[in-house]
Design a protein around this ligand. Structure first.
Ligand SMILES: NC(=O)c1ccc[n+]([C@@H]2O[C@H](COP(=O)([O-])OP(=O)(O)OC[C@H]3O[C@@H](n4cnc5c(N)ncnc54)[C@H](O)[C@@H]3O)[C@@H](O)[C@H]2O)c1
Ligand SMILES: O=P(O)(O)OC[C@H](O)CO
Length: 338
């Protein structure tokens, strides 16, 4: 008699660079993983070549990973389901996944995308909770370029959940000798940091593209941190989160790293390219393009001054040119540092 196949320990929704890298790190930790991609052609390539030729070319994928284009199979995952679509695709991914989930088993859902829902300005974990209320939700974030994680270079991340025991359990299950997740009880803080760093990386890229120098980048990063600290207060975000892996850690990485899609998008803007032309040349997502407007609105609602976020938003929306925005930022009245 044929035996029923054992469901995978982890399901991953989204076969882009990060979903694939997370599958790889889980497989390296000895976990069984099923990776879902919505594009059947890519899934066929993944199955036949065991390489994500589109989003993570040149990296052989480990044996513990299987691939599917059927979301129903992901719902069987025993430990957790990682949600790794771009932020603006998460709503539809949840709506498609939800009917297959068993609310009585309530497998944890882990948001590994970095952004905010542009329809509601909600953090993604809140969106998932709204759409799939019976399941516990956690978030995974930190300074992690997909390619480095995929080849097994050392990296650290943070896993946050309101119930910190869940975050600790997931950290145990996901961690390995090359990938160290730290647990946190501040999912909102981790998500706001993850969205914010992408916007700041675009600002730093613009400065780089305009050849404004290293001093300007250091000033932008530091004043960006000041904006984040101001926003953190009314939102109730823990200070430790701001200087943790999802905050300072990811800002250090993304605002300097030529591997960053947000930073390089900023460079192209600074060099004078138009946003639609930059986006048309890219296959991969640059989340800061969507997060800037949402964060700007969140700042206004909270009564918090966020000049760098506002500047990036106005450039991306085509309301102002790069030169004007830079001149305006530099002409702001002098004030106390804090
Ligand atoms: N690439 C990285 O280094 C990295 C690291 C950490 C976090 N992240 C975050 O992970 C998320 C995904 O990024 P990525 O790098 O994997 O993106 P990517 O551009 O490499 O791939 C995105 C994938 O999502 C799929 N997709 C797009 N819309 C979808 C939808 N509506 N439903 C289902 N699938 C959809 C695409 O087909 C593609 O497979 C982003 O929020 C990003 O900020 C990326
Ligand atoms: O390429 P980016 O700019 O999306 O950055 C990737 C990761 O978020 C870095 O932590």
């Amino acid at each position: 008699m044929d035996q029923e196949p054992i469901p995978p320990e982890f399901g991953i929704v989204g076969a882009g660079a990060w979903g694939t890298a997370l599958a790889q790190t889980l497989a390296r930790a000895g976990r069984s993983v099923l990776l879902w991609g919505r594009d059947a052609t890519l899934v066929r390539i993944l199955n036949s070549r065991r390489e994500n030729t589109r989003y993570l070319p040149g990296i052989p994928l480990l044996e513990g990973i299987s691939f599917t284009d059927r979301l129903s199979e992901i719902a069987e995952a025993r430990h957790a389901i990682l949600l790794v679509t771009p932020s603006q695709g998460l709503r539809s991914a949840c709506l498609h996944l939800s009917p297959f989930l068993d609310p009585h088993r309530a497998v944890p859902l882990v948001v590994a995308a970095k952004g905010l829902d542009a329809e509601s300005d909600q953090p993604l974990s809140a969106l998932v909770k709204d759409l799939i209320p019976a399941h516990p939700v956690a978030v995974l974030s930190g300074p992690n370029f997909a390619k480095e994680v995929a080849v097994g270079l050392p990296a650290a991340a943070v896993i946050a959940a309101q119930n910190v025991a869940l975050a600790e359990k997931l950290a145990e299950q996901i961690g390995s000798s090359s990938f160290r997740p730290y647990a946190s009880s501040d999912p909102l803080g981790v998500e706001i940091c993850g969205a914010f760093k992408n916007v700041l990386a675009i600002a730093c890229g613009i400065a780089q593209g305009r050849h404004l120098g290293d001093n300007a980048r250091a000033a932008l990063i530091t004043r960006g941190m000041a904006e984040l600290m101001r926003l953190a207060k009314p939102l109730g975000i823990q200070t430790e989160t701001l200087v943790g892996l999802s905050g300072l850690g990811d800002i250090v990485l993304t605002c300097n790293g030529l591997q960053s899609r947000n930073y390089t998008l900023g460079i192209a803007l600074g060099e004078g390219m138009k946003l639609p032309d930059i986006l048309a040349q890219r296959r991969s997502v640059a989340e800061g393009v969507y997060a800037a407007a949402a964060l700007h609105r969140i700042g206004l609602k909270a009564g918090v001054e966020m000049p760098i976020v506002a500047a990036v938003d106005s450039i991306l929306a085509g309301h102002a040119g790069v030169e004007d925005v830079i001149a305006k930022l530099l002409a702001r009245p002098l004030k106390r540092e804090i």
